[in-house]
Write a protein that binds this ligand. Structure first.
Ligand code: NAG
Ligand code: NAG
Ligand code: NAG
Ligand code: NAG
Length: 337
């Protein structure tokens, strides 16, 4: 074989659009037995990388680029797609038929775009299991986005502008296991808003403006293992709130405005802190260390090993105990005050 043939052949196979190793300009392609992954990134990617895109691509990642539009025509080129990652781009809208024909697509990540509204039916065409819409500009999440009885197991709407729980949408998602509504503008959780989520395991409600939770809000979510409520505006918790949550392992209530815990709130939660790294965070609340605090004090003493940041569970009042860790109080101090 002439010495020039091999390099030329390599060039041809690398660059020719029908070549075995075709890969779009500015992208990297990884071929293995069952998957073809295409990863494109950088600000100079400003259009969908259609030319050279392998027809059997199973994962496509176009992240941290300048992509501002994407169409069903683009995605028709990759009918075997299973995962589509489009985070940190300039997308401000999606066409209704975007996912048409993507009968294998289970994961769609649209984190960090400028999506404010989405058309009805937008996620109907693919059998999605994981949908991430984190850090967009959504004020509402509509039930029309997903089909009734969708098989979605993860929905992430964190970092948007939602001011109510999207109950009608959640009613379409009986398989949901993880729901992230953190970093929105939620103020309350009314009765029944989460009651269709009987498979829910992880519920993220942290960093909202929650000041009220109905006592029955979680009563149908008895598979919950993780409940995140930190960095809200909760002043009190209703007795019975955690009733029936036998599988609850992690509960975070830190950085709220809690003054005291209703007597019995944390009983019958056998899984709390069951393994390492799990437990309860009650730190950074303005605890009132009066006689009413006896339940908190007793519970903390009996459950030291499940506490996160026990030193930061401190009395705000009375003045004489201000700044003292609740766990450091003596029985006399808690009773005489
Ligand atoms: C490829 O797929 C086959 C059949 O689905 C499976 O048995 C095999 O383990 C897969 N191989 C790899 C490397 O994932
Ligand atoms: C995808 O196509 C390339 C090029 O034809 C081939 O080498 C690879 O094995 C194919 N991968 C799959 C998952 O079919
Ligand atoms: C991104 O795209 C816009 C137009 O869509 C263009 O004006 C801008 O220069 C691009 N930015 C980069 C870093 O290429
Ligand atoms: C959910 O999955 C089941 C079983 O795989 C399937 O029959 C059903 O059509 C799926 N539902 C939707 C809305 O895709």
């Amino acid at each position: 074989m002439d010495t020039w043939i091999l390099p030329v052949l390599l060039l041809l196979t690398s660059y020719c659009c029908h070549g075995v190793l075709a890969c779009p300009h500015l992208c990297t392609c990884y071929f293995s037995t069952n998957t073809t992954q295409v990863v494109c990134s950088g600000p100079s990617v400003s259009h969908f990388p259609l030319v050279g895109l392998p027809g059997n691509t199973t994962l496509l990642s176009i992240e941290n680029t300048n992509l501002s539009s994407i169409s069903a025509h683009h995605l028709e080129a990759v009918p075997f797609l299973q995962e589509l990652h489009l985070s940190s781009n300039q997308l401000s809208s999606l066409p209704e038929n975007l996912l048409k024909g993507l009968t294998h697509l289970h994961t769609l990540d649209l984190t960090g775009n400028q999506l404010e509204h989405l058309p009805p039916g937008v996620f109907h065409h693919a059998p999605l299991q994981n949908l991430v819409l984190r850090d967009n500009l959504l004020h509402r999440a509509e039930s029309s986005w997903l089909p009734v009885n969708s098989n979605l197991t993860t929905l992430n709407l964190a970092g948007n502008h939602l001011d109510t729980i999207p109950t009608a949408l959640l009613q379409n998602l009986p398989q949901l296991k993880t729901l992230d509504l953190s970093q929105n503008r939620l103020e309350k959780i009314a009765a029944g808003t989460l009651s269709t989520l009987s498979n829910l395991q992880r519920l993220h409600l942290e960093e909202n403006k929650l000041n009220s939770i109905d006592p029955s809000a979680f009563h149908h979510n008895n598979k919950l293992t993780h409940l995140f409520l930190q960095e809200n505006r909760l002043e009190k918790l209703p007795l019975g709130l955690l009733q029936g949550l036998h599988r609850l392992e992690v509960l975070t209530l830190n950085d709220n405005q809690l003054h005291f815990l209703p007597y019995g709130l944390l009983e019958k939660l056998p899984s709390l802190g069951a393994s390492t790294g799990q437990g309860v965070d009650l730190s950074k609340n303005p605890w009132e260390c009066k006689a009413k605090a006896a339940y908190l004090w007793k519970w903390l003493r009996a459950n030291r090993e499940v506490l996160f940041s026990p030193e930061d569970i401190q009395c705000r009042s009375p003045e004489s105990l201000k700044g003292r860790p609740v766990l450091s109080l003596t029985e006399e101090e808690i009773q005489t005050e």
